[in-house]
Design a protein around this ligand. Structure first.
Ligand SMILES: Nc1nc2c([nH]c(=O)n2[C@H]2C[C@H](O)[C@@H](COP(=O)(O)OP(=O)(O)OP(=O)(O)O)O2)c(=O)[nH]1
Length: 141
């Protein structure tokens, strides 16, 4: 699917910061081998012609088997969080609307983590600054 793509360049990847009871869901990737074992914000690539928020809802349904509502975006100063030359990441706060998240084929574990502890997880490189930004929110009154 993702080999044929006619949409945004660099390719846009969307991720969900799912918050419940003050804790954030982080998902540990099970594939591909070079990314396995690293934590990420669940989500995936936006398909051509798809709105980012709609892609996020779709990906979370596919990956975790739950429905989410998409709230505010956590923006970086440049408007996105760079993954590399070919991909950019954008992330949104999300709330669970229906279902209990469980790892599917893409992940082998999900954890609920306090904002302050997020930077200590073993993130994909692009996600570390996101985790740091979220932890900074914990310091605010
Ligand atoms: N989903 C997600 N991907 C991330 C994050 N951070 C990060 O660098 N990535 C990278 C990993 C992958 O190279 C790429 C997203 O690929 P993916 O495998 O999740 O996308 P997808 O579900 O649409 O899968 P596919 O159709 O390409 O198989 O972005 C993140 O927080 N969430």
């Amino acid at each position: 699917m993702s080999e044929i793509h006619d949409g945004e360049h660099p390719r846009l990847v969307v991720g969900a910061i799912i918050v419940r009871d003050g804790l954030v869901l982080a998902a540990r990737r099970s594939r591909p081998a070079e990314l396995a074992g690293k934590y990420e914000f669940p989500g995936g690539k936006v398909e051509a012609g798809e709105q980012p928020e709609a892609a996020l809802v779709r990906e979370i349904r596919e990956e975790l088997g739950v429905e989410v509502g998409v709230d505010a975006e956590l923006e970086s100063l440049s408007g996105h969080w760079p993954i590399g030359p070919a991909m950019n990441l954008r992330v949104w706060f999300c709330e669970l609307v229906e279902g209990e998240p469980a790892p599917g084929e893409s992940h082998d574990q999900i954890v609920w983590c306090s904002l302050a502890a997020l930077p200590e997880l073993d993130w994909l490189p692009a996600d570390q600054p996101v985790a740091d930004a979220l932890a900074a929110l914990a310091d605010q009154p």
